[in-house]
Ligand binder design. Structure first.
Ligand SMILES: Nc1ncnc2c1ncn2[C@@H]1O[C@H](COP(=O)(O)OP(=O)(O)OP(=O)(O)O)[C@@H](O)[C@H]1O
Ligand SMILES: [Mg+2]
Length: 275
């Protein structure tokens, strides 16, 4: 079963131009899917439509086979959660602890289990010592950590991260990304990550490329990165290993497409040894 199915989706903020223009895609259950696209291409709008935070104009959205309708909204939000691009928009509680608790209360967790879940997830994101702090007084990166802990603690099946680690330092990014991967693997979680981090895209199962409100490309990272010229035209980056390959190929080599630096080094060695 697909975790998410979107068919011929349209949305306009101003009734003049479509921010989401005839968008269709599917996200397999248990996959790690990345969504990429230039600024203003429509990624966050698509994410908000998936959660029913914006009302679609036309089209179909199914979450675990369930139609996203007003009547189904409660059930849908027991299955899918989001961490927004800007963490300021998602704090309700007066302390970090209250804030994580608020998310859990909404998902009917038993009071007795809540404290240990809150502490477990605060620890996982490195925020234990801030549990009694006011969320508004945290730095951007700390807010992102709390927002991620809140959504992970809820135990939902599908999580959407909209540039959710953009404010973290490189080590923090790596730690949180490892944590998300661990939970994704352990709990067969479906992860949808909107990101500008091309190395994260390279590690994902599937990639959806959005350009001017439309889906430009979909496929595995290898399939997507075969379209290097098109990606660059869309103001997107390609992984370092692809840049190296393209530079060699421009000089007459015929290196295969690989996402693995070691594999490429082996191919280059073969050429050198032949000479
Ligand atoms: N609240 C809003 N009101 C009006 N227009 C909006 C609103 N939010 C987004 N838009 C417009 O809709 C289009 C898509 O925006 P969206 O935020 O989905 O892009 P994005 O791909 O998430 O970009 P970014 O990479 O910068 O986060 C843009 O042209 C943007 O200007
Ligand atoms: Mg966005």
């Amino acid at each position: 079963m697909n975790a998410v199915e979107v068919k011929n989706l349209y949305y306009s903020y101003d009734k003049e131009k479509y921010a989401v223009n005839d968008v269709s895609f599917t996200i397999p259950y248990g996959s790690y899917t990345t969504i990429i696209g230039h600024n203003g291409s429509g990624k966050s709008t698509i994410a908000k439509l998936l959660l029913g935070l914006l009302e679609k104009e036309k089209g179909e959205i199914k979450i675990e086979g369930l139609d996203l309708t007003y009547e189904n909204l409660g059930e849908i939000r027991n299955r899918i959660g989001i961490v927004f691009q800007n963490p300021d928009n998602q704090f309700i509680g007066s302390t970090v602890r209250d804030d994580i608790a608020f998310g859990l209360e909404n998902h009917c967790f038993e009071q007795a289990k809540m404290d240990s879940i809150i502490e477990e997830y605060a620890e996982k994101v490195g925020m234990t010592r801030f549990l009694d702090s006011e969320p508004t007084k945290l730095s951007g990166g700390q807010k992102q950590r709390v927002a991620i802990a809140s959504v992970l603690a809820m135990g939902l099946n599908i999580l959407v991260f909209d540039e959710a680690t953009s404010m973290l330092d490189p080590t923090g990014k790596r730690d949180i990304s490892n944590l998300i991967n661990e939970i994704h693997n352990d709990k067969k979680l479906t992860v949808v990550s909107i990101t500008h981090e091309i190395e994260e895209v390279a590690q994902s199962d599937y990639v959806i490329v959005v350009d001017n409100g439309k889906i430009a490309l979909t496929g595995t990272p290898k399939e997507i990165f075969r379209h290097s010229d098109e990606l660059i035209r869309m103001r997107l980056d390609i992984p370092f290993v692809y840049k190296v390959r393209n530079a060699f190929n421009a000089k007459g080599f015929k290196l295969s497409d690989t996402l693995d630096m070691e594999g490429m080094a082996d191919e280059i060695c073969q050429y050198v040894l032949k000479k």
